[in-house]
Design a binder for this molecule. Structure first.
Ligand code: BES
Ligand code: MN
Ligand code: ZN
Length: 489
């Protein structure tokens, strides 16, 4: 498991800065007028900082961007990064500045001078998020990260502000690890075991096995997993940090550890990406970890449906009709539209058992959401304007793209069939919306609910501002903030 780099906050100290090996980063206001300690450092470096700040490269930088001076004379560091950041920087800009430092972080570590910069904790958050790399299977490990020291005006205050952020960063990295793991390692059983280990953090974790799911009547979920050697499971994680009788908020995640499509098998090209099809469950797990780590004063229950969608002699066929836990029958016209079958039963179970005050599900549900929104925004579908507005606001504050999509009963026409109460796909038109309409059938009208389709943002094709190429952990920060804004005081 990857944990965030440890970050120490210290008082500004000129001797320590000039003597620091590894890298040095100077966080400087755009006007290029360095503070007293940076000026002393500049003199030690024989004016190299001043010359850089007078040049065109510095003028062209946006807030949060950096330029680099390699092997500077006069000090011990191997490189000095000049990071542009206004004093009144936004959270996003401060995190980007940290990300520039975190991306460059190597074995020898970095010492950051953030004198005069009120957002030292946000800079640290950027370092923690962007210094991540997933190298569990590289024989020659190159990704070792050295110590990070941030010199700030009020190091104690900065450390206090960073402590809850470190809990969020750990949740994000937990999600990224889960999403990056290959499916021969992260089986349903292994996933459930990793979640059960979070009992040590104070979470209550239950693992429901196939006989238990059979007893509950979850035939929609079980049908998806019946072609796999890995047994299907539902994992329930409860964090009870709030008042006793308070109804919990429910988070539900699609956890398809590998999606071949089943008998409606996917083409070979790109199929290896379907190791990320448990991304929704990964986000739910990351949020639960964060809530436990920061001992959130709130009741939240996280439920994930863990299955593998494989073709096999016992696999579900196109045309099969299954009965969901709710009781509605579903014609499975395409076994590759499996996520909604899993979620139908877990959503219903979440409501029956926990009577939640509200519910959000996350899923890498449709390729169509990538056609609609690309990799910039997750698609948000909701039956509740207040909840979805609060969600979009939290996403905006965290710099995670999210866009509300329409719903409506007219789309239900596309998922009608003569053979059952509903069918599991509505064809190509509005593919993400018909998937959302399908889910909505398994949500009670009086439960405020959002469905977030994260197929485009969970594992984008290249690096992002806060993550290297690979899993982003999109949504952990947004949901953590939403829970804080909405449910904690
Ligand atoms: N897991 C996929 C969706 C997906 C596609 C996630 C690309 C990430 C990247 C989902 O189970 C799926 O296969 N959906 C089908 C639905 C169709 C059969 C109605 C799709 O999007 O093609
Ligand atoms: Mn599929
Ligand atoms: Zn899928």
């Amino acid at each position: 498991m990857t944990t965030p780099v440890t970050i120490a906050f210290t008082a500004v100290d000129f001797e320590a800065l000039t003597g620091a090996g590894g890298r040095v980063a100077l966080v400087l206001a755009p006007d290029g007028r360095p503070g007293a300690v940076a000026r002393r450092l500049d003199r030690a470096m024989r004016g190299a900082v001043t010359r850089a700040l007078e040049g065109k490269a510095w003028a062209g930088l946006k807030p949060g961007q950096a330029l680099e001076l390699a092997y500077p004379a006069g000090i011990a560091a191997e490189a000095v990064q000049l990071v542009k950041l206004p004093k009144k920087a936004s959270v996003a800009e401060a995190r980007k500045a940290g990300a520039a430092i975190g991306k460059a972080l190597g074995e020898a570590g970095v010492t950051v001078l953030a004198a005069g910069q009120p957002k030292a904790a946000e800079i640290a958050m950027g370092v923690a998020l962007r210094s991540y790399s997933f190298n569990a299977y590289l024989t020659e490990k190159s990704g070792e990260k050295g110590a990070v020291t941030i010199m700030a005006d009020k190091p104690g205050d900065a450390a206090d502000a960073y402590a809850p952020m470190a809990a969020v960063a750990e949740g994000v990295l937990f999600t990224r690890d889960l999403v990056n793991e290959p499916a021969n390692v992260l089986t349903t059983t292994d996933f459930a075991r990793r979640l059960a280990e979070m009992k040590a953090l104070g979470l209550e974790v239950e693992v429901l096995d196939e006989p238990a799911l059979e007893k509950l009547g979850m035939r929609a979920l079980l049908g998806v997993g019946q072609g796999s050697e890995s047994p299907s499971k539902v994992v329930v994680m409860q964090w009870r940090g709030g008042a006793k009788g308070d109804a919990p908020f429910a988070l539900v995640g699609k956890g398809v550890v590998f999606d071949t499509g089943g008998i409606s098998i996917k083409p070979a090209l790109g199929m290896e990406e379907m190791t990320m099809d448990m991304g929704g469950a990964g986000v739910v797990a990351g949020v639960m970890r964060t809530l436990a780590l920061r001992k959130a004063k709130v009741n939240v229950v996280g439920l994930v449906g863990l299955v593998e969608n494989m073709p096999d002699g016992r696999a579900q066929r196109p045309g099969d009709i299954v009965r969901s836990m709710k009781g509605d029958t579903i014609e499975v016209v395409n076994t590759d539209a499996e996520g909604r079958l899993v979620l139908a039963d877990v959503l219903w179970y979440a409501q029956e058992r926990f009577k939640p005050a509200g519910m959000i599900n996350l899923a890498t549900l449709t390729g169509a959401i990538i056609i609609a929104l690309g990799h910039e925004n997750a698609g948000v579908f909701s039956n509740d304007d207040k909840l979805s507005a609060a969600l979009l606001k939290a996403a905006e504050a965290e710099g995670e793209g999210a866009w509300r999509m329409p719903m409506g009963p007219a789309y239900d026409e596309l998922i009608k069939t003569r053979l059952a109460d509903i069918k599991n796909t509505g064809g190509r038109p509005a593919g993400s919306i018909t998937a959302a309409q399908f889910l909505r059938r398994f949500v009670r009208d009086d439960v405020p609910w959002c469905h977030i389709d994260i197929a485009g943002v969970a594992l984008p094709p290249g690096e992002t501002a806060m993550a290297p190429k690979g899993a982003t952990g999109w949504g952990v920060m947004t949901l953590n903030r939403l829970i804080g804004d909405m449910l904690e005081d």
